[in-house]
Structures are given as C-alpha cells and as structure tokens.
Write a protein that binds this ligand. Structure first.
Ligand SMILES: [Zn+2]
Length: 248
C-alpha cells in the first residue's frame, strides 16, 4: 500500500497549485497600486462612492495585502471623476476613465451588455503607451445586494485578482476559483502562490502553477457558478489588442 500512497499524495500536492495568469508574462504594476472608485452611487447596494471604497479597502487588506511573500501593496485611492454606469465593457470603462497604472472600480446597474447572472467582472490590459490599466465592476442589482458583507468582500477580492493579472484557479478552495466561495475571508495557499509568482518579495521566492494564456481562460463571474462567460476575457483580449495597435 505504501507504494500506492506516495504517488497519490504527490498528485494531490500538484493539484493544489493550480492558479493561472491572465497573460503569461504581463508587465507589472509598481510596488504600490492605488485603487480608485468612480463617482457612481451604487443605488441597489446602498453604497456611496466612499462607502464602496471602504469595502474595497477592507477586502484588499483581508485578502491581497496579507501575503508577506508578495512585493505589492494595494492602497486606498479616492473618488475619481469617471463613471461605470452606462459602460458596456471593461475596456470602455478603462478607456473613458483615462487612468493608468491604477485599478479603477465602479458599480453598474445595467447588466444587459454583460449577460444575465453575472455579478462582477475584472480584468486588465497593457500597452506601450498606456502602461497597465486594471479595473473591476461590481453589479449594482438585487442579486449582489442580497449578499452578506463577507460575501461582497470575497467578490471584490476575486475581481481584484483579475485586475492585477490573475486568471481562474483550478483549485476549488481558492478565491480565484471560477465560482466564488462566499465564505472565504482570507486567501488560500494557491492564491498566495499566484500573487507571489507575479510579485515575488525576493528573487528567490516564486510560485508554481499552471500558466495559462488569457485566451484559454474565461471571465465574467456568475453567481450561479456557470463556466465563465467569455465576454470578459474576450473583452480583455480585444482591449489588449486595441491597446497595442491603436493607442497613440
Ligand atoms: Zn473570476
């Protein structure tokens, strides 16, 4: 029996490191990344821009700022002059904000362009002239309003993961698994490995995982846990193409 157990354990260990990246080797943000919210009041969620920022700040501290092996910190920005409501894609949201090298956040009360059942979207893009642009949108409707505060923070932290370059993990207990575990209030080891892989605290620290091209990932997050709606990643791919070919 011992001969059978060893390979089984190795297999389980390998499966535990299952994160993916949205792009195989993206440029990196600086060591501090500001998170700035739009001017929209999230009516259904009952959040002003400032209170949305409060929630984002709690989420970033509970999750992504808690990894000592990662050399990146997310910091509270302010309220910008841009709006997410009325935007039909993350790409448009990013373009119209004009903000670069930060992560921008908004809520949107019109889900028509994003598909029913979707509750959040996050992504990033980059190009020679625009640096890195990350964004996520939380949907301002009753399905999100009905979530607990803990669940909302898990949703925000998951979308934030996409906004700095993570894809979905194949590891079910991970925050970055495609269906969000609303009971999470901290990262799994797989999530920690993912952010450490992109932002190692020392050159000797790294992560193991399956690196997957963005085209093979999916995006758009569904409360029902359906496999990713391709709209978001397709949007990110398209926007990256656009950024490379058309900006300035
Ligand atoms: Zn996701």
């Amino acid at each position: 029996m011992k001969n059978i157990l060893l390979p089984l354990i190795l297999l389980i260990t390998f499966k535990a490191e299952a994160f993916t990246l949205a792009s195989s080797n993206p440029p990196r943000y600086g060591e501090e990344v500001k998170l700035t919210v739009g001017t929209d009041t999230c009516t259904a969620l009952g959040l002003t821009p400032e209170s949305l920022l409060d929630l984002v700040e709690e989420a970033m501290n509970d999750f992504w700022n808690s990894v000592p092996t990662a050399k990146i910190k997310f910091v509270r920005g302010g309220v910008g002059t841009f709006s997410a409501n009325g935007e039909t894609s993350l790409s448009n949201f990013l373009t119209n904000s004009g903000i670069t090298n930060e992560i921008i956040i908004g809520c949107n009360n019109d889900l028509t362009a994003f598909g029913s059942g979707t509750i959040g979207q996050g992504g990033f893009r980059y190009g020679g002239s625009i640096g890195i642009q990350g964004a996520f949108i939380i949907y301002d409707d009753s399905s999100v309003a009905g979530l607990s505060k803990k669940a909302k923070k898990a949703l925000i932290a998951h979308e934030m993961g996409h906004a700095f370059g993570l894809g979905h993990s194949n590891f079910k207990p991970a925050l970055m698994y495609y269906t969000i575990n609303y009971n999470m209030d901290s990262l799994s080891r797989d999530d920690e490995d993912a952010i450490t892989y992109l932002y190692p605290n020392t050159k000797k620290v790294g992560g193991c995982g399956t690196i997957e091209d963005i085209a093979n990932s999916d995006s758009g997050d569904s409360k029902k846990g359906l496999p990713f709606i391709l709209l978001l990643i397709a949007g990110v791919v398209a926007s990256r193409y656009y950024a490379r070919k058309s900006f300035f």
